[in-house]
Design a protein around this ligand. Structure first.
Ligand code: CUA
Length: 313
């Protein structure tokens, strides 16, 4: 459905077309059945009206074929809707390989964005057009929700967790970004702009913004300044190749070393102790900001040969 409906924002991403087609199909289906039912009610009330005061209605004993017909047809329709919606959901949830990854830390009441090259922005997000972009998001305080109407995406941003959302913007332009979860007094001011740029303009913007310290380098710096390096070469589990692997724990369990595990290990090291090691690591709770945590993650991922933004849950 490529036509422009004035009551919806224009379609700025690949999802937008899919979501709108689904949405209008649902509306169409609903209108069709509502009209059908109203027309039938009208028709039957005229056709089978009482014609004389003494008229007695005919006995009805039901019809099995009819019962099956009006049970099976709606079943097939709703299963079709389910399959269609699920397909949309999976496309939305599974980013393609080689996404361009951007980190977002939300707080009351702003969006802090970090690009892998080291550029930071507040309430602005610059992305190249025609490229799959993935956002890795977390919150410093309460639940926020990253909402880009023109791309038809909305994703909760949750303290203590990483959520991700990907999109591919097709059309260069400047688009509204909103917080879609009530998050306190200035929730309504927690807005921003997404700038979709031609790849060439984007490269230009990157060079104009001045390349800062890349996220991996910033993470490595933090890693050293927090004193992590001294233990993680001798007494603590090595971090090379850790990200994305399976880790055997002291208590016999095995965990997947994704974002959540690494984050927990930094903040609550004794929660999951690696087999063969003693629980000697101190907590870093309160010492690492959410942005710092994202940088540490980028660094630990790079030790596993991963692109800094790769997310696995
Ligand atoms: Cu953040 Cu509403």
């Amino acid at each position: 459905m490529a036509t422009y409906f004035p009551f919806l924002p224009e379609q700025g991403s690949r999802f937008a077309t899919g979501v709108d087609t689904f949405y209008f199909s649902m509306v169409g289906l609903t209108i069709f059945f509502a009209s059908l039912i109203f027309a039938l009610i009208l028709f039957f009330s005229v056709r089978y009206r009482r014609r004389s005061p003494r008229e007695i209605g005919a006995d009805i004993h039901g019809s099995l074929p009819l019962e099956i017909f009006w049970s099976v047809v709606p079943l097939v329709i709703v299963l079709g809707i389910f399959a269609w919606a699920t397909e949309l959901f999976f496309t939305r949830s599974n980013p393609p390989a080689n996404t361009y990854d951007v980190y977002v830390a939300a707080k009351q009441w702003m969006w802090k964005v970090q690009h892998p090259e080291g550029i930071s922005e507040i309430n602005e997000l610059h992305v190249p057009a025609g490229r799959a972009v993935k956002l890795v998001m977390t919150s410093q305080d309460v639940i926020h929700s990253f909402y880009l109407p023109i791309f038809r995406i909305k994703q909760d941003v949750i303290p203590g967790r990483y959520t991700s959302q990907w999109f591919q913007a097709d059309k260069p332009g400047k688009y509204h970004l909103f917080c879609a979860e009530y998050c306190g007094t200035n929730h309504s001011h927690m807005t921003g702009w997404v700038h979709v740029m031609e790849p060439r303009d984007y490269q230009h913007w990157l060079s104009q913004a001045g390349i800062g310290t890349s996220m991996v380098a910033a993470g490595e710096h933090l890693f050293t300044s927090l004193g992590c390096a001294s233990c993680h070469v001798r007494d603590c589990p090595p971090l090379q190749g850790l990200y994305g692997s399976s880790v055997a724990l002291q208590d016999g369990r095995t965990v997947f070393a994704g974002e959540a595990y690494i984050r927990e290990s930094i903040l609550a090291p004794t929660a999951k102790v690696v087999r063969g090691y003693r629980p000697i690591m101190p907590t870093f709770q309160g010492q690492v900001s959410e942005e710092g945590m994202l940088q540490l993650l980028a660094y630990i991922k790079s030790l596993a040969g991963e692109a800094p933004g790769k997310v696995q849950k």
